[in-house]
Design a protein around this ligand. Structure first.
Ligand SMILES: Cc1cc2nc3c(=O)[nH]c(=O)nc-3n(C[C@H](O)[C@H](O)[C@H](O)COP(=O)(O)OP(=O)(O)OC[C@H]3O[C@@H](n4cnc5c(N)ncnc54)[C@H](O)[C@@H]3O)c2cc1C
Length: 373
């Protein structure tokens, strides 16, 4: 069965429009130190938690705020556009919390969700390994059944924020590999401070520690940390993808460069600069509407195909900003806002088409969903 692509148009409700002003005022008053949403500042996350801007759509019963996906969209869009340092809680808010809501037990929800909502508890994603990235079903980390729980050994890599957050949602093999390689995988909630876990930070191209190698050496995980059904995690994992791939983080990460370019071009841009500014604005407008449409759909379902399209087009757009601005203004005066933004974007941008799925993998997924392969 093939899916059809649908991006229904949607209008922001009045509550979401009012919220946008509120978030802008908050950012202007707080002036959080940071220039990019991938920076972490636990104190700022706690302030956002206190405002009710984490776990916004989650049920009140579990500490959430019962608001709409569009209201959440407005808050995250404003924070990302402002380069606010939200990464400490971002993964937990975007996908670990929704996963716990969907597949966790009531005891797990009660234990983990309120801390996320308060901005006190961050999560990492433990999928990729040295020999398993795009081909995730090739992963080798194993959990063996023992009395009262499981014992885990193996190595994860690229694990963003594992050096500063408390928990990881780990994917590992719990049954021998069979003809169906996707069977036999399970997810666990892991306390990253448990005995036997070593978190080794890795420096990125900008010299910052942002992701890690995480080594599990015979780590005990109690039974009550199994998330969802044993051996059935593949389906659970797929349900995360629509949350992971469709947000404003997938196309706004070079916004600072775009606005600095517009400022540098000034009131009298060259014809080529004016054309680029207009073209990028048109693409941004379109992507934004597609992303908002997915946010609206997330209220009731998981539109994986549309989310995948947003990520693929969004990443190409972001990388295009860097290439095209640099082609027109290649040698900025050091220390100017445009020079700083260009340097940051050049160091950041190669990753966007690797993290969260490469273009080849996204296009394979789209082709499958459309019945083309
Ligand atoms: C900044 C950053 C943060 C990350 N954070 C996390 C994290 O927090 N948690 C986590 O688990 N992972 C994380 N990742 C890992 C990321 O998900 C993987 O890097 C990604 O899935 C690609 O896997 P790989 O690096 O092993 O490349 P590979 O899978 O080896 O791919 C190499 C190349 O081969 C291509 N390729 C592979 N298979 C196919 C195919 N079937 N058809 C066509 N082409 C193919 C790919 O497109 C790519 O170009 C992060 C990555 C980055 C860059």
């Amino acid at each position: 069965m093939s899916a059809a692509i649908a991006f229904p148009s949607c209008t922001m409700p009045a509550a979401a429009r009012a919220l946008r002003d509120e978030v802008r005022e908050f950012i202007a008053a707080e002036k959080p130190a940071g220039t990019h949403y991938t920076e972490s500042n636990p104190e700022f996350s706690r302030k956002l938690g206190a405002r009710g801007w984490i776990g916004m759509t989650w049920p009140v019963q579990w500490g959430g705020h019962g608001r709409s996906t569009l209201e959440r969209y407005v808050v995250s869009e404003e924070l990302i556009a402002a380069g606010a340092p939200i990464f400490f809680h971002w993964v937990a808010d975007r996908q670990s919390g929704p996963l716990l809501l969907r597949f966790g037990t009531d005891a797990q929800r009660a234990r983990f969700l309120p801390g996320i909502v308060r901005g006190e508890s961050g999560f990492a994603i433990g999928l990729s390994e040295p020999n398993a990235g795009s081909d995730l079903a090739a992963l080798e980390t194993r959990a063996q059944r023992v009395a009262g729980g499981w014992r885990v050994s193996g190595t994860k890599v690229w694990t963003s924020n594992a050096h500063i957050v408390q928990h990881m949602i780990l994917l590992c093999r719990t049954a021998p590999r069979s003809a169906d390689r996707r069977h036999g995988l399970s997810q666990f909630i892991v306390d990253l401070h448990a005995p036997g876990i070593r978190v080794n930070p890795i420096k990125n191209m900008a010299g910052q520690c942002e992701f890690n190698e995480v080594v599990f050496d015979d780590v005990f995980l109690p039974d009550d940390m199994l998330l969802g059904q044993p051996d059935q995690a593949w389906g659970q994992l797929i349900s995360e993808l629509a949350f992971e791939r469709s947000g404003a983080d997938r196309f706004l990460s070079a916004l600072r460069l775009y606005t600095a370019f517009v400022d540098a071009a000034g009131a009298d841009p060259s014809a080529a600069e004016a054309a680029l500014i207009g073209r990028l604005a048109a693409h941004l407008w379109t992507l934004r509407h597609m992303s908002i449409s997915v946010a609206r759909m997330l209220q009731d379902k998981a539109p994986e195909l549309e989310a995948t399209i947003v990520k693929d087009l969004g990443n190409r757009f972001e990388q295009g900003i860097v290439e095209q601005c640099r082609a027109l203004r290649p040698a900025p005066v050091p220390g100017t806002p445009y020079a700083d933004a260009l340097q940051q974007a050049m160091l950041y941008m190669p990753r966007v088409t690797i993290q969260g799925g490469t273009p080849q993998i996204l296009r394979n997924a789209m082709a499958r969903a459309l019945g083309l392969r």
